[in-house]
Design a protein around this ligand. Structure first.
Ligand SMILES: Nc1ncnc2c1ncn2[C@@H]1O[C@H](COP(=O)(O)OP(=O)(O)OP(=O)(O)O)[C@@H](O)[C@H]1O
Ligand SMILES: [Mg+2]
Length: 142
């Protein structure tokens, strides 16, 4: 699936619609440069999943979990600083891959070898100041 958006709001709305297709256990792996819109897209996923506890990363650590408690759970990872398998283990990435959570992974390029089969890739490429080309691959739902 290929989308084009022309504002952050449009990217959020597109992500919110796509969230309806996600299931527990899905891994959404972003590729794309700094400032592409990965966090913006994740905010839209959270909204689409009905998670009102989204914070636009005041103290954004390596992972932030939203929801849970019987409802959908979204785990948002930033792998920008992950450079070794030990680093990756310390984020708890493998523990969150328990089929209960939806994982959204920024800078998934850094952990390409550790992404599970069936990972959904969301590539976001800037195409002008406010335009983004978003390409979603990896599963026939998309
Ligand atoms: N169509 C668009 N979709 C998403 N973001 C856009 C769009 N147009 C402009 N922007 C701007 O691009 C920036 C995207 O920032 P965001 O933090 O989402 O990127 P990121 O890929 O998570 O960056 P980083 O790699 O630093 O984590 C924001 O400032 C946003 O307002
Ligand atoms: Mg980000």
């Amino acid at each position: 699936m290929r989308l084009e958006t022309s504002s952050p709001q449009e990217t959020k709305e597109a992500a919110a619609r796509l969230a309806a297709l996600l299931r527990p256990g899905d891994v959404v792996a972003y590729t794309g440069p700094m400032g592409a819109g990965k966090t913006t897209f994740t905010a839209g996923l959270a909204k689409g999943l009905g998670l009102s506890d989204w914070v636009s990363s005041p103290t954004f650590a390596l992972v932030h979990q939203y929801g849970g408690d019987g409802g959908p759970s979204l785990c948002h990872f930033d792998m920008f600083r992950i450079t070794s398998p030990d680093d990756l283990y310390s984020t708890g990435f493998f523990d969150y891959l328990d089929g209960e959570n939806i994982l959204a992974v920024e800078w998934s390029e850094h952990i390409a070898d550790s992404l599970p089969p069936g990972t959904i890739t969301v590539d976001i490429q800037p195409a002008g100041e406010d335009r983004r080309i978003i390409t979603i691959t990896g599963d026939d739902r998309f």
